[in-house]
Design a protein around this ligand. Structure first.
Ligand code: NAD
Length: 505
């Protein structure tokens, strides 16, 4: 285990925040402590927003909406282009701040900022392509079409593990669609949100005439999220986090007929078939299961290996688990950083106890000494004969349950036999197996010969069942952020009614 004798994390975070343009008064002197998972130390004290200030901020965002919706979409795209430029300039600092606050390796912290840049580029192009259809009408001298209009304030609630990218998936699209964004980041990662807000404000200043309150950050706990969920001037809330959070948020939004875009827990599987390229599969499984210390919604948690290749493949996988480099995520040699906090460690140990009781054979899972009081663990590989109850729930930690299978249809059924439906993969060189899997997996994401994690922004991202059904980022996800109107225009002198109905006065 490598320990960097770097400056104290609090000083490093303060220097980064200052360089990003955040005023020290925003991250000192508040009531809410922010801890770095690297050492467990308190690195900042932020200020929670009061309920009255949260409501006022949402009202201000609504006022911004009334002006922003009139700005032509390609001009709105110019603001997002500038945001992308500012993110490029700030990539190194923001990426390192993600590492300090969320504990991701620096390569992943930088990758997360790159994802923000990518979605900005995508949204700039999209700002000239927010088009609807012209539809055949049954009436002579009529035209029917659909047009897309700005929706209103978009509320974003985000999780700790993608502290900045999730905001950008929503914000870049919402802004070109004509919608201001009010963001409630995870209470575990408010500093990166403050950094992003400072970056956004630089882009808005360069843009020139952007209305105030186009982008707002509300720091606080779940009660601040609830303020967004309950406010009548927020027609869409995009909420990323646990299924428990979605269960609380979804019905409240439905009760006031607001839209929800839910991105909740996953329990992702991969199938390793007899024809798989096992070297490639080993690398893909190692990254998907151990990367980000098992703290991605798309982390590989269940592996079904055909019995004919089971012993050889699982033996090599265990060696990879035994030798993977764990430690300070700022060290370029580190592959596995810390868990976010002690609660995550305890949840992991509880799941391993349950797996042991279900007959699981466990390799790894022990605590590893890291810098300071950070919670570092060796990823755990758990061999089980069947999909026990513990396997069917998401434990947000690096545990991979490995099970043998005999028949592909049985493996696809096991892939689907969990409450969640986010991501899935098959490793095979057999086109029939690949296609049967792609048609048979019930997840929002199904891959061949790559792991279930590490999505690109061009595709629609999200999952089914208890994952919540939302879709973000690419493809036609933008439609969630706009209001569709069907327009019929009569350019003739007669007034024919549809379906031949007569009403002559
Ligand atoms: P969490 O559910 O504890 O918190 C997520 C956010 O929801 C936080 O900002 C929190 O303050 C807020 N929140 C919690 N309860 C709320 C309520 N009742 N009303 C309003 N807001 C509320 O999740 P976490 O521990 O930060 O993140 C880990 C979870 O997120 C995992 O389950 C993971 O799979 C999931 N996740 C899903 C995706 C996805 O795209 N599907 C992406 C990242 C993380």
């Amino acid at each position: 285990m490598t320990v960097l004798f770097a400056p104290n994390v609090a000083d490093e975070a303060a220097a980064l925040l200052t360089r990003l343009g955040v005023s020290p008064s925003a991250f000192t002197g508040g009531d809410r402590s922010v801890r770095s998972p690297i050492t467990g130390e308190v690195i900042a004290k932020v200020h929670d927003v009061s309920p009255a200030a949260a409501a006022a901020a949402i009202d201000a965002a609504h006022a911004a909406f009334l002006a922003w919706r009139k700005v032509p979409a390609p001009r709105r795209g110019e603001l997002v282009r500038l945001l992308g430029e500012e993110l490029r300039a700030a990539k190194a600092d923001l990426g390192m701040l993600v590492t300090l606050e969320a504990g991701k390796t620096l390569s992943e912290g930088l990758g997360e900022v790159q994802e923000m840049i990518d979605i900005c580029d995508y949204a700039v192009g999209l700002s000239r392509q927010l088009f609807g259809l012209a539809i055949a009408t049954e009436r002579p001298e009529h035209r029917m079409m659909e047009t897309w209009h700005p929706l209103g304030v978009v509320g974003v609630i985000s999780a700790f593990n993608f502290p900045v990218a999730v905001w950008s998936w929503n914000a870049a699209l919402a802004l070109v669609c004509g919608d201001p964004v009010v963001w409630k980041p995870s209470e575990k990662t408010p500093l990166t949100a403050l950094g992003v807000q400072a970056i956004f404000e630089r882009a808005a200043a360069r843009f020139g005439d952007a209305p105030a309150a186009l982008s707002t950050v509300l720091i606080g706990g779940r009660e601040v999220g609830e303020a967004l969920v309950d406010h009548p001037r927020v027609p869409l809330v995009s909420a990323t986090g646990s299924t428990a959070m979605g269960r609380a948020v979804g019905p409240k939004l439905a009760a006031r007929f607001a839209r929800s875009l839910l991105e909740l827990g996953g329990n992702n599987a991969a199938i390793v078939t007899p024809s798989a390229d096992l070297d490639l599969t080993l690398r893909a499984v190692a990254f998907a299961a151990m990367g980000t210390a098992g703290q991605r919604c798309t982390t590989l948690r269940r592996l079904f290996v055909h019995e004919s290749v089971y012993d050889g493949f699982v033996g090599k996988l265990k060696s990879a688990y035994g030798s993977v480099r764990i430690g300070d995520p700022r060290d370029p040699d580190t592959l596995i950083g810390p868990l976010i906090d002690e609660a995550a460690l305890n949840a992991m140990q509880r799941a391993l106890d349950d797996a042991r009781s279900a007959g699981g054979r466990i390799a790894g899972g022990e605590s590893v000494k890291g810098p300071g009081q950070g919670h570092y663990v060796r990823p755990a590989l758990v061999e089980l004969a069947s999909q026990a109850e513990v396997v069917r729930r998401e434990t947000f930690a690096p545990i991979l349950y490995v099970m043998p299978y005999a028949d592909l249809d049985q493996a696809i059924a096991l892939n689907n036999d969990v409450p969640q439906g986010l991501s899935s993969s098959i490793f095979t060189l057999n086109v029939r197996e690949a296609e049967r899997f792609l048609a048979g997996s019930d997840c929002g994401i199904a891959n061949v010969n790559i792991g279930p994690s590490g999505a690109e922004i061009g595709g629609a991202f999200g999952g089914e069942k208890e994952t919540g059904g939302g879709r973000e980022a690419g493809s036609d996800s933008w439609k969630a952020y706009m209001r569709r109107a069907t327009n019929t225009v009569n350019y003739g002198e007669a007034l024919p009614l549809a379906q031949g109905v007569r009403f002559d006065i």
